[in-house]
Design a protein around this ligand. Sequence first.
Ligand SMILES: *Cc1c(COP(=O)(O)O)cnc(C)c1O
Length: 433
Amino acid sequence: MNYYSTNRRAPEVSLREAVMQGLAPDGGLYMPQEIRPLPDVFYESLDGLTLADVAYAAAIRFFGDDVPADILRDMVEDTLSFPIPLVQVDERIFALELFHGPTLAFKDVGARFMARLLSYFIKKEGKGNVHVLVATSGDTGSAVANGFLGVPGIEVVVLYPKGKVSPTQEMQFTTLGRNITALEVDGAFDDCQRLVKSAFVDPAVNGHLCLTSANSINIARLLPQSFYYFHAVAQLRAQGITAPVVMSVPSGNFGNLTAGLIAHRMGLPVARFLAANNENHPVFDYLRTGVYVPHPSIATLANAMDVGDPSNFARMLDLYGGNHHAMTHDIQGDWFTNEMIADLINHTFRTTGYFVDPHGACAYGALLRHLRPGEVGIFLETAHPAKFGETMRRVTGVDAPVPQRLAEFMRGTKQSLPMSRDYDDFRQYLLQR
Ligand SMILES: *Cc1c(COP(=O)(O)O)cnc(C)c1O
């Protein structure tokens, strides 16, 4: 299957090109040429299918032309080698826990799949020395570094702003070693991003190294996120629940929600979606008014959603052909202040005993407000609450239990190289690799 650019001013490309390029040359985002419903027999047997089964059924639609079936099955099983349980929080609301992977956040799914797909293409072409550059403000760096750890033929360079990521986040990508290098940049996140972007357009660097990016605009990170939506409904069905389902998604760059909309196009039986935001809510405003006005990001308690101009909005518009009315038929928005997020975390803990992280809290809050009689709600719980331990303790007075994996990262040894924010220094570094 080919992939087209949402700006439609660039040629269609193969999966390999879409994965290697990330962004299309016209500045658009790649989308699969065709999204067809899965067959009726798939939905009839959904309640008996495992996570790997549903993921493979969806994966074959996207990647089946480019990757042999047995290899694709291995890729899917290897990507999803951790559980994604559906946990009942109250009478009508369930949490889909996406945080049981290596870095305890949902980005593990897309990062792991992309690593395996890229590695397949590299092996097939006998290419080596592919460098993945990633600028991070925290969570993306850890998911990408852990997803690519030990993958042959790929070197990962993570650039992060010195002193501006949490200690937990920093340990998750600076303690790994092997094919992962962390550069501690004396600057802000924007400087890290600028250095990476400059390298991508520098002919000397590109002549010396084969560079690619692993940020969330990459279609290979987005599509695998549709897998777990099917698994969520499968788990409800297995419990005999057939009421209309509302999916609530904590949203920043809107990759997760877009993956859900793609699953919907493939026939996923959900009634509608809720898009939950923090104080960064240009998409909520668009849904309400039909006018999209991006803004600089605002720092909040749910910091992985601090995005003032979400990149995947272009894909959402594309899916609905720019039709505002059609989009509002499927998606309802809502947003929450820091105070409301804190109240929701505390209220949920007091009334249900469930520890919800600040991102999941927004999605849970949207369901509390908008679930209609007769519906059941599922919210995506995108991160383990222990990743936000300080907030959880302050708000609830209770320490979130720290999973062993997180504790192990904290016992590692930080290894990073200092880097200035001057492009010439970064350039020299890359040319000497
Ligand atoms: C990245 C992230 C989000 C936002 O996901 P998008 O796909 O960018 O909308 C939400 N919660 C957590 C914990 C994240 O890391």
